[in-house]
Design a protein around this ligand. Sequence first.
Ligand code: GDP
Ligand code: IMO
Ligand code: MG
Length: 442
Amino acid sequence: MSNLVVVGTQWGDEGKGKIVDLLARAADVVVRFQGGSNAGHTVVNDRDSHVFHLVPSGILYRGTLCIIGNGVVVDPGALIEEMDRLQAKGVKIGKNFLISDRAHVILPYHKAIEKAAEQSKGSRRIGTTGRGIGPTYADKMTRIGIRMGDLLNPALFRRKLEENLIEINVFLERLYQLQGFQLEKVFQQYMGYAERLKDYVADTSAVLNKAIERGRKVLFEGAQGTHLDVDFGTYPYVTSSSAAAGGACTGTGVGPTKINKVMGVVKAYTTRVGSGPFPTEMPDAVGARFQERGKEFGATTGRPRRCGWFDGVLLRHAARVNGLSSLAVTKLDVLDGCQELKICTGYRHAGKLYRDMPSDIQVLEECEPVYEALPGWKMETTGITSYKALPPQAKRYLARIEELAACPMDIISTGSKRNQTIVVRHPMASAHRKSARPRRVR
Ligand code: GDP
Ligand code: IMO
Ligand code: MG
C-alpha cells in the first residue's frame, strides 16, 4: 500500500500543485479532499503552465483518475470554466474525472453573503478569496446545504433551493439591504450546470476504496495549508475546511487504515495571503526580495502575498498535527544570493517563550519572533537536480529545517518546472513506475 496525503504546512501556496503533479506520475488516482475554487495550484511542465482551482493537479497524466472528493465545495460554474480552459489546451477530461455526489455546491447567495459579511467586518475582515467557501461550509454544517447529487434530482433540488431562499433572501434584504435571489433564475442556471456535469457525479468513496483494494496508488491532494485549517490554523483567520491531513479521510470516505504516508510541502520562506497574524513577516526589502524573486502573487485573486522569514514554529506544529512522514521543501532557489538567512525557532510574548504554536490570536499578533541566523549562499541553485550539487550553506539550511520538523526531506524543489527537482527519496517508492509502459506526459 502506498497511499500518500500531500498537505501544505504554512498558509497555502507552498507549491503543492508542483509536488502533486510530480508525484502523480507514480499514482493511479489523485483526489482533492477539501477547499474549493479558493485554491490556486500552479503546475508548469515542458509545454505549458496551468493553474488548477478545483481540478486535481494529476489531470495532466493520461490514465490517472482525478477525483473531487466529498470534502470539497464545488462552484459548478467555476468548475465548468476550468474544464473548458483545460480542454481548450488539449487536456483530456472524460472518464478520467469524477466528482463526489456528496460534495456540497456553492450557490450565488453564498458569494453574496460572504462579500457582505466581509464588508461589514471592516478592518477585522478575513480577506477571503470571495469564492463563497465559508458560507457553503456553514450551510453544510447547519444541514441546509445542497450537494452535487441533489442537482441530479431536479424536484429535490428545487424544493431545497426554494426553502433556503425564503430565509436567505430575508437575511440579505433586511440585514445587508441587498437584493435577494430569484428561485427560477438560480434553478435554471444550476440545471444547466447539472446537464454538463452529470456524467462525472459518482459515489467516489466507493470508487476510491475499490481502487485501494485492487492495489492502486492514491494521492490525496490538499489545498490551502495547515495554518489555514479551521481547527489548527490561526483562527479566525483561516479557511472553513480541514486542510490538515485528517481532512483526507473525512473528505474522501477513505479510512485512516488505508493511508500510510503524509508529505508536508514547505516553502523555504513564508508567505501569507489575506489578513491574520504572521510573526515572521518582513514588510521591508527582505519581503520585497522574496516577493519579486518568488513571484509571490496569488494565483486565484492576484493579490500580492505577504512574505517573511522561515518559521520553524509553524513547521513543528504542522509536523505534529499532520503526523508528517516526510517533507518537500520548495522554492529553495528564491533564497539564492541572500547574505544571511533567518529561521524563527520560537515566539516571545509577555516574558514567555513559546516553542509550540500558541492558539491565542493575541499572542500571535503581538509576539516577537526568536531567530537564529544561518549563512546564505551566492551560487545559483535554480534547476539543480542532485543534492550533492547544492552549496554547503543550502545543505545546512535544509538540515535545520529537517531537524525542526523531526522528519526527513524527500524532495527539494529548485524551480517551478517538473525537472527542477531533487528527489532524495520517492515517497511512493515502490510505485515510482507503476507500469512498465511509460506514460505520455503533457
Ligand atoms: P500551491 O497553492 O501550494 O499549489 O502553490 P502555488 O501554485 O499557488 O504557488 C507556488 C508558486 O511557486 C507557483 O507559481 C509555482 O509554479 C512556483 N514554484 C513551485 N516550486 C517552485 C520552486 O522550487 N522554485 C520556484 N522559483 N518556483 C516554484
Ligand atoms: P492554495 O490551495 C493561500 C486564504 C485567503 C483568506 C483565508 C480565507 O492555493 O494554497 P477563503 O476564501 O478560503 O474563505 O479565505 O484563506 N486562502 C488561501 N491562501 N492559498 C490558498 O490556497 C488559499 N485559500 C484560501 O486568502 O486569508
Ligand atoms: Mg496556491
